[in-house]
Design a protein around this ligand. Structure first.
Ligand SMILES: [Zn+2]
Length: 69
């Protein structure tokens, strides 16, 4: 089985290294695996992770500190 244009809009999470698909034109996307949120940049049909959405990560850390321990 071959995925051809299926790779379009696919990125690899920089936190958990899982690949996931980004709907075309989406500028922000949370990884379905670890829930980390990323800003997405597009060059033509190709999606790339630009940087983390820090607010989202800080919120996650705060939550984890409350719950875990
Ligand atoms: Zn992830």
């Amino acid at each position: 089985m071959r995925e051809k244009s299926e790779r379009t809009g696919e990125v690899r999470c920089l936190a958990c290294f899982e690949r996931f698909r980004v709907p075309k034109g989406e500028e922000k996307m949370a990884c379905p695996n670890c829930g980390g949120e990323w800003y997405i940049s597009w060059s033509g049909p190709l999606a790339k992770i630009r940087k983390p959405v820090w607010e989202s990560w800080e919120r996650r850390e705060a939550l984890e500190q409350q719950e875990g321990r």
